[in-house]
Write a protein that binds this ligand. Structure first.
Ligand code: F6P
Length: 367
């Protein structure tokens, strides 16, 4: 069923920025305007743009010209905004209020027939919950972490992987010259996809991921084995969510924010670098790659996937298939319901082929 009438779409980006977001926006705008003759309104700074006045802008073909190679998002984003749980200062403390009805009303006032929501699991869950309030939504998954189970891969992951692999290649030089252990902490929240893939691509000697709790003595043993074999340097890749068996016993590491995961307090890479040298003369250094993994120009793969997702999202609107999310499965673009997709995280199978292959190459997971 194709919708012939002239529709008005809203598009927003929510959550952390990610290489490829602009490719999606460009494809949404161009497909809607050129292929269907519709209108597109850009919502600024994620759902924040629907909770304040004048936070939208009409998007034309000129607005999306030349944005394909640009990182970030021309619409702005936030990973701290949830209309169902807005923080408000009351009597000296913070309370949370539900402003979702205001968002639904704003969507009606703006005359939007559908909202295309580009985001990670948190943002897509908000989209799913707006649907019963009468807001037509179509989701587009994004994240460098690659942890959305409903799609084989998300755009942003490939670019992050290039940056992380390049960092490992560069660390090799100093590791080898100074006979050091170089620890590289990579992003990924609660999963180890970036660390595992980059560790494999960069030839790391130890890879520590959240899915496989590690023991420091095993990491030290792996480094010592290389020493004994005449390789007086090691590269240890640590996913930011990795933990030793039993967890880290420091109070601040147990601190959690409203989202339930406060990464800036973990600093696992520095901890591993300190511990790997304990009781030895071995020198270790830690590099936390951080937001460099999310910045810069998207890889060709991410540009193409973003473009395919954006165009497919508009086609879903044309077919009236609201409440769905575009996905990549077996190389084909498809759609799944947001209800199915949200909250199902994809983590690294500890006994999967990639981990087995890495182990076969002598890579230690510290277990
Ligand atoms: O989800 C993407 C991601 O970059 C994670 O890998 C990381 O844990 C988090 O976002 C960092 O968020 P922020 O930009 O708020 O520090």
């Amino acid at each position: 069923m194709q919708r012939a009438e002239r529709l008005r779409l809203g598009v927003l980006t929510g959550g952390g920025d990610c290489p490829g977001l602009n490719a999606v926006i460009r494809a949404v705008v161009t497909t809607a305007l050129v292929e269907y003759g519709w209108e597109v309104l850009g919502i600024l700074d994620g759902f924040e743009g629907l909770l304040a006045d004048n936070r939208t802008r009409q998007l034309t073909e000129a607005d999306v010209r030349d944005i394909l190679p640009r990182g970030g998002t021309i619409l702005g984003t936030t990973n701290r905004s949830n209309p169902f749980r807005c923080p408000v200062q009351r009597d000296g403390s913070i309370v949370y209020v539900d402003r979702s009805q205001e968002v639904a009303q704003r969507v009606r006032d703006l005359g939007l027939d559908c909202l295309i929501v580009i985001g990670g699991d948190g943002t897509l869950a908000i989209a799913r919950d707006l649907q019963p309030l009468g807001v037509n939504v179509v989701g587009v998954p994004k994240t460098i972490d690659n942890d959305v189970a409903a799609t084989d891969v998300t755009f942003g992951f490939d670019t992050a992987l290039h940056v992380a692999t390049d960092a490992i290649d560069r660390l090799h030089t100093t590791a080898e010259s100074h006979h050091r252990v170089m620890v590289l902490e990579l992003m990924g929240r609660t999963v180890g996809w970036i660390a595992l893939h980059a560790g494999l691509a960069g030839g790391a000697h130890v890879i520590l991921i959240p899915e496989i709790p590690f023991r420091m003595e095993k990491v030290r043993e792996a480094v010592a084995r290389r020493d004994a074999a005449g390789a007086h340097f090691s590269i240890v890749v640590v996913a930011e969510g990795a933990s030793p068996v039993g967890g880290l016993d420091q109070p601040e590491r147990r601190a959690q924010d409203a989202a339930g995961f406060r990464l800036d307090l973990r600093r696992i890479g520095n901890w591993v670098a300190t511990e790997v040298s304990r009781g030895t003369a071995r020198e270790a250094r830690c590099t936390v790659l951080g937001h460099l993994q999310r910045g810069g120009s998207p890889s060709p793969f991410d540009r193409i996937l973003g473009t395919r997702f954006g165009a497919a999202a508009v086609r879903l609107v044309a077919e009236g298939r609201f409440g769905q999310m575009v996905a990549l499965r077996g190389g084909e673009i498809t759609a799944v319901t947001l209800a199915e997709a949200c909250g199902v995280l994809k983590s690294v199978p500890p006994d999967g082929e990639l981990v087995r292959t890495a182990r076969g190459l002598g890579i230690s997971f510290g277990d």
